[in-house]
Ligand binder design. Structure first.
Ligand code: NAD
Ligand code: ZN
Length: 458
């Protein structure tokens, strides 16, 4: 073992105390001289030990010989998970479309092959959760546990999981990366064949069943993450392992909205220095797209939103001009074309409104303009524009998660925060304890603030 990643709340799973000396010494150091007895008394499926943060213990961990069964090696992690038990979890269940979530005691099954059980510490609300909870233009699937923007710590891992261990800090992502399919192997795509976003699936891939239940009744998953829950089970490919020094209450919002908006501009629209960019929708995703335009050196960033009070906040994110389509007689694409001598160089749509999608496309300059769609449409929406708009050499693109590969790229987005190149704090306008999760929905429905952090321990 080269180096044991150690941090102050490192968690060790012990599943079995072998009589081999390395293992015994390790267990006794963690649990005291009666380690074997404690093991026999307490546990059937493994014991979680929180390591003390002291130097002699750190040195001990660093010197453990993996061949001696020292608890941090691959074998031990495998062993520790084979008999994992169900866990009780406080979770927010959506029983019916549009009805307040109910905090319930939910049973969370152990992770199966290639799955991971995660203790969620912080989660936040993105508009995608709200669309599927309202289920007005989407397929309803209830009862369900929503949530996909979050940060947590690996609690246990299933068979075959080798690159995550209990104690690792992770961000769950709604669209995964198996690392083996054609998409994962392509430099251009993040649309993993196995784990790409699927909003209609409410079960795990392994056995087509849910890991959540209340008195035997299954509760459905949402986009493979279901983070409105103290414990959740995800496929290993839906988790990005991040720097344990990154504060999860801040970087949790990088697991969806902020990376999506930022990547939509930087990775997909790719504005050149000095260009003009229009951003439709000034929620967290749109403002992250504006932030991307600012980083790329755009000279004008035109913000478009139906709520004028969004404009003041948007100035902090580099938006230089504002248009509220409701205040104009003409279609907003014409207003923007007039402001920019024929159209913007790039536009990024972050609203979910089909009208805004068409406007975002039709407001880019002919000859070179590129429009990127990010908002999630209703299931029956159809995009309608005259083909001449395309023949005139405009480009229309769309993206999930800003074209980032979640496992490969998200850790480096977190590093941007650690290097102070990104300030997710600017997006965090509210915070509520888990018991008041419905307040986060109210803020979003009223268009108040940007992101509301939901603290699971409060
Ligand atoms: P939000 O509700 O905070 O912001 C959306 C903003 O769009 C609001 O300010 C709203 O007033 C504005 N808006 C709505 N209709 C408009 C219109 N016709 N013209 C101009 N502005 C309009 O939502 P958010 O969390 O920032 O998410 C934005 C969108 O991005 C949602 O559709 C969400 O589902 C989607 N999303 C997509 C991805 C992806 O990977 N593609 C990831 C996350 C979120
Ligand atoms: Zn894949």
């Amino acid at each position: 073992m080269d180096q044991i990643p150690y941090n102050c709340i490192s968690v060790i799973q012990i599943s079995k105390i072998l009589t081999s000396s390395g293992c015994k010494v390790f267990a006794e150091t963690l649990l005291g001289s009666d380690a074997e007895k404690k093991y026999d008394d307490d546990i059937d499926g493994g014991l979680t030990v929180f390591c003390p943060d002291d130097d002699s213990f750190k040195n001990f961990l660093l010197n453990v010989d993996p061949a001696g069964g020292g608890g941090r090696d691959e074998n031990h992690t495998q062993l520790s998970t084979s008999k994992r038990q169900k866990k009780n979890s406080t979770s927010a269940v959506a029983w019916e479309a549009g009805k307040p979530l109910v905090i319930e005691e939910v049973e969370v099954a152990p992770p199966q092959a290639m799955e991971v059980r995660v203790k969620i510490l912080f989660t936040s609300l993105c508009h995608t959760d709200v669309y599927f909870w309202e289920a007005k233009g989407q397929t309803p699937l209830f009862p369900r546990i929503f949530g996909h923007e979050a940060g947590g710590i690996v609690e246990s891992v299933g068979e075959g999981v080798t690159d995550l261990r209990p104690g690792d800090h992770v961000l769950p992502v709604f669209t995964g990366e198996c690392k083996e399919c054609r998409h994962c192997k392509s430099e251009e795509s993040n649309m993993c064949d196995l784990l790409r976003i699927n909003t209609d699936r409410g079960v795990m891939l392994n056995d087509g069943k849910s890991r959540f239940s209340i008195k035997g009744q299954p509760i459905y998953h949402f986009v493979g993450t279901s983070t409105f829950s103290e414990y959740t089970v995800t496929h290993v490919g839906s988790l990005a392992k991040i720097n344990p020094a990154a504060p999860l209450d801040k970087v949790c919002i990088l697991s969806c909205g902020i990376s999506t908006g930022l990547g939509a501009t930087l990775n997909v629209a790719k504005p050149k220095k000095g260009s003009t960019v229009a951003v439709f929708g000034l929620g967290a995703v749109g403002l992250a797209a504006a932030e991307g335009a600012r980083i790329a050196g755009a000279s004008r960033i035109i913000g478009v939103d139906l709520i004028s009070k969004r404009f003041e906040e948007a100035k902090k994110f580099g938006v230089t001009e504002f248009v509220n389509p409701k205040e104009h007689e003409k279609p907003v694409q014409e207003v923007i074309a007039e402001m920019t001598d024929g159209g913007v160089d790039r536009s990024v749509e972050c609203t979910g409104s089909i009208n805004a999608m068409v406007s975002a496309f039709e407001c880019v300059h002919d000859g070179w303009g590129v429009a990127v769609l990010v908002g999630v449409p209703n299931k029956d929406d159809a995009f309608k524009t005259h083909p001449m708009n395309l023949l005139n050499e405009r480009t229309l693109k769309g993206t999930f998660f800003g074209n980032y590969k979640p496992r490969s790229d998200l850790p480096s987005v977190v590093e941007k925060y650690m290097n102070k190149e990104l300030e997710p704090e600017k997006f965090i306008t509210h915070e509520v304890p888990f018991a008041e999760i419905n307040k986060a929905f109210e803020y979003m429905l009223k268009g108040e603030g940007l992101r509301c952090i939901i603290r699971m321990d409060a």
